[in-house]
Design a protein around this ligand. Structure first.
Ligand SMILES: [Zn+2]
Length: 454
């Protein structure tokens, strides 16, 4: 469907008139980039806008309008969008960012490689789910353009049985994380209910979200009622429902699904990773992933060690296929009930290579019955809503952060076009396919050189 119409044209004419004044202040320093004659999927609806011009200045989208209605400012850099589609950059809502300092023998360049891989996969926003020392500084350096990477929103260091000793100490830790500037409190297994309640209560007072795992002693129902901002991985549901080894019906899941909806808790399913964790993924298939070549040998051997040992708290072995099917059914039920689903893969973990792991996750979201449009929403507009108090992004719209993905076909028809974007813009910085390919080749070459040196 195409939306053009007189009403929208009028609105856009206003944008033309206001453009010069708006542009003037920064014009001397900040170049304007134009996506010309491009099809835009703005993500405020599933309607495509044909033959548009999208102007970007600094880190912001300046204007979006029909090409005939918007002049190209003198000196602008023009990117040809003919036959191409522009949509908001995607998000990894359960991602990890390696420490900034060298750790456990990782290559020194690993952190920058991970940041680049996210971008190459079209991921322009990452909710980092475990804070490390210096990571807030990294966030600042990326935001200010000193370092290339996706915009980070960061959970602080973990709340677990080792870092939390009492409800009172848990409250102090919440206050400390808020004061330090973390965006989220990261919950890990091992907390008791009293500690969890103290965290939830203090988080509400301090105005900071908490999310992550569901500790066994707390359980999914309490986690939802106490206000976990998201439920990640779905394992808390499986534990409560007995979904590890017995097929679940819609009826079995109905109550918890309704509760999730009632409390407006969002869900980050991370289905592909959990297929691997529970033992439902085919190892030969995992090893065939082309993107493994970008990961250091040390990371890969850790992943392989996990599969070799074939155990762990979540591994269900023989019943893994039932477990995996239950997880898909649950995602389907949550989606049908209108629960907010957010895109996430828990990269870099077990065969989830940053950014590129979306090509493993999105097909599973589709298999659970999510429409292509709603899958795209889970990584764009819904993420923008989630972080609405931080910034405006997640749509192709004037004033929004210029995080954009240019692709060669309509992603509403075929999601796989997202996996090889024609270019990615992050906070107004354009990375063409050629630049992305050159950087990816450099990472691959570094891995080969490292392996030769071992
Ligand atoms: Zn994680």
């Amino acid at each position: 469907m195409v939306r053009s119409g007189f009403f929208f044209s009028c609105l856009m004419l206003l944008a033309i008139i206001s453009l010069p004044a708006q542009a003037k202040s920064a014009a001397t320093t900040e170049l304007i980039t134009v996506f010309d004659h491009v099809q835009v999927l703005p993500m405020d609806s599933d309607q495509l806008l044909l033959n548009q011009r999208v102007l970007v200045q600094g880190d912001r989208i300046l204007a979006v309008a029909a090409a005939v209605e918007l002049e190209i400012p003198a000196g602008a850099v023009v990117i040809d969008g003919q036959g191409r589609y522009l949509l908001p950059g995607l998000a990894e809502m359960h991602g990890h960012v390696p420490p900034t300092v060298d750790f456990s023998g990782m290559p020194a360049r690993y952190l920058d490689d991970v940041l680049l891989l996210y971008l190459a996969g079209g991921v322009t926003t990452v909710r980092g789910m475990l804070g490390h020392e210096h990571q807030l500084r990294l966030k600042e350096d990326i935001a200010s353009g000193k370092r290339l990477g996706p915009t980070l929103y960061l959970a602080g260091p973990s709340f677990n049985q080792h870092t939390v000793t009492s409800p009172q100490q848990a409250r102090e830790r919440v206050q400390q994380h808020k004061a330090e500037g973390w965006d989220l409190l990261k919950i890990h297994p091992g907390l008791n209910l009293e500690q969890y309640q103290a965290i939830a209560d203090e988080a509400r007072k301090q105005g900071i979200d908490f999310a992550g795992h569901v500790p066994e002693a707390v359980g999914i129902e309490q986690a939802i009622k106490l206000g976990s901002r998201t439920i990640d991985h779905l394992d808390g549901y499986m534990a409560a429902l007995g979904g590890f080894d017995t097929p679940l019906t819609e009826q079995d899941m109905a109550e918890l699904v309704a509760l999730t909806k009632e409390y407006q808790v969002a869900v980050v399913p991370t289905q592909a990773l959990w297929q691997t964790i529970i033992g439902a993924a085919d190892r030969e298939h995992l090893e065939s992933f082309d993107e493994l070549k970008y990961m250091p040998a040390r990371v890969l051997s850790g992943w392989r060690r996990y599969l070799d040992s074939a155990s762990g708290a979540y591994y269900t072995g023989e019943t893994a296929a039932i477990h995996a099917e239950n997880r898909q059914r649950l995602l389907s039920a949550l989606y049908q009930a209108g629960v907010t689903i957010l895109m996430g893969t828990d990269a870099p973990q077990l065969y989830s290579v940053p950014g590129l792991s979306l090509r493993r996750e999105l097909p599973l979201m589709a298999a659970a019955g999510m429409s292509h449009y709603d899958i795209l929403r889970s990584g764009t507009v819904l993420v923008g809503e989630y972080f609405a108090d931080q910034d405006s992004f997640g749509q192709v719209r004037a004033g929004h952060r210029a995080d954009l993905l240019l692709v060669d076909a309509n992603p509403l028809d075929d999601l796989s076009v997202l996996y090889q974007p024609a270019g990615v813009m992050v906070r107004g910085q354009w990375l063409s396919r050629a630049e992305l390919d050159a950087k990816l080749a450099e990472i691959e070459a570094a891995r080969i050189a490292e392996n030769r040196g071992r």
